[in-house]
Design a binder for this molecule. Sequence first.
Ligand code: FAD
Length: 450
Amino acid sequence: MTGTLTRRGLLAGAFALPAFSRALGQVPASGQVDVVIIGAGAAGIAAARKVAAAGRTYALIEAGKRVGGRAFTDTAAFGLPLDLGATRLFLPGGAPVVDLARQAGLDLYEAPRGARLYQGLKEASDSPYEDFAATVRRAERAIGAAGDAGRDLPAARVLPPDLGPFGAAASFMIGPLRCAKELDQVSTVDFSRAEERDEAVLCRTGIGSLVTKLAQGLTVRMETAASVIDLGPRNVEVRTSKGLLTARAVILAVPPSLIAAGKIRITPGLPTRQRSAVERITLGARDHIAFLLPGNPLNAAPDETLMVQTTGQRPFRLIARVNGSDVHVAQVGGQLAQGLADGGATSGADYVKSALQANFGADLARRMGKVVQTRWSREPLALGAISCALPGSGNMRRAFTEVVANRLVFAGEHAHETLWGTVPGAWLSGERAAGQALRILGVQGASLAP
Ligand SMILES: Cc1cc2nc3c(=O)[nH]c(=O)nc-3n(C[C@H](O)[C@H](O)[C@H](O)COP(=O)(O)OP(=O)(O)OC[C@H]3O[C@@H](n4cnc5c(N)ncnc54)[C@H](O)[C@@H]3O)c2cc1C
């Protein structure tokens, strides 16, 4: 995996469209269906589309009041689309989702490449920027080489000792910001398998709205939380907050953090491989702190990434002028994000204000307006932001691609070996899981392969 641094370089009713449902997969009122799909994030939606397209019955259940999960576009806070979770689709891995979104008529555009680097109050000249980019590359290569060689260690341990003045900034970029964890909590093997994320596209109406749009035509049973999955020899029973569902197969498309926390119980218990994967592929903290900064005082282009490197401190990363607006987003990850999420109501605002003040001066900091802060690690239906394997467990994701007891299939970003932590990874895992579920039903030609 390489970095991004070249210079500048809902509601149930809303989704219940009966004509489409009848055409593509029956959704009976009774508690018996072919496949129960738990969780209407990107993975569950992709799975339901595929089961529906095969003409099989399904129940797609969602505990929350909206679909999309960690892909969520808010329009209320600032009166414009603002992604509070996923913000971009990385290429090339995201191409299948990009194609679907374009077919659905969504307006996608290329994200600006690279970043501008500030040192203190000044934008860095080419030379420090290149040093910074080179440091990130060196760190990535060292981790990637260890992982490729099968040395599954804490990523922090294989960093070159002489990373220089940008070492801390590079570590923050590739640990907390990319993997949602400090590098001592990141498996070299998991890191090395992740596909390139150099290029990306943005969606004018937000990635959350894109995922929601792809759910159109599906029937989603909203505010229906699964609590127990009972794997029997002939059927699977799913106990939900609105009654019992019976099916031939179940696709579990919720983050592993929820299974680890006992929010969904599986009986009999999961096999050791899957149990270990649930315990070792954990979700880290990654958050957005969105704020108004009118008048473009940073002189930034729309959606431009600004990296602010302050001596002896973690860098401050901003996505400036979201979609050309006055809204900027500070991105935080790892311990910093966890600390802010656990902090008081104004922890995010305080952090941004002091970073703006320290880096750009008190006058600019005073111009900061309304602030909206996410706390994904405290969201009860997520309990974290992005999965990343703990050191020594880089091979464990594979367990999430295997069928359990000929009834249960996992889906979700955590269940993709190279696109983990992304919407496209979640989407493709959902399609793979649907193929496996259809195979359980005996559908000819359905893929069992991960
Ligand atoms: C801050 C942040 C930034 C990100 N940036 C990007 C990015 O730029 N690009 C990118 O590709 N990815 C990004 N990601 C990651 C991306 O958002 C996720 O990988 C993806 O959305 C996960 O989809 P999923 O279907 O696996 O899980 P989820 O989206 O978590 O969906 C799971 C669903 O299950 C539901 N659920 C939970 N429990 C139950 C239950 N008991 N019963 C029924 N339903 C239940 C949840 O409500 C949820 O809707 C980011 C994530 C975060 C948090």
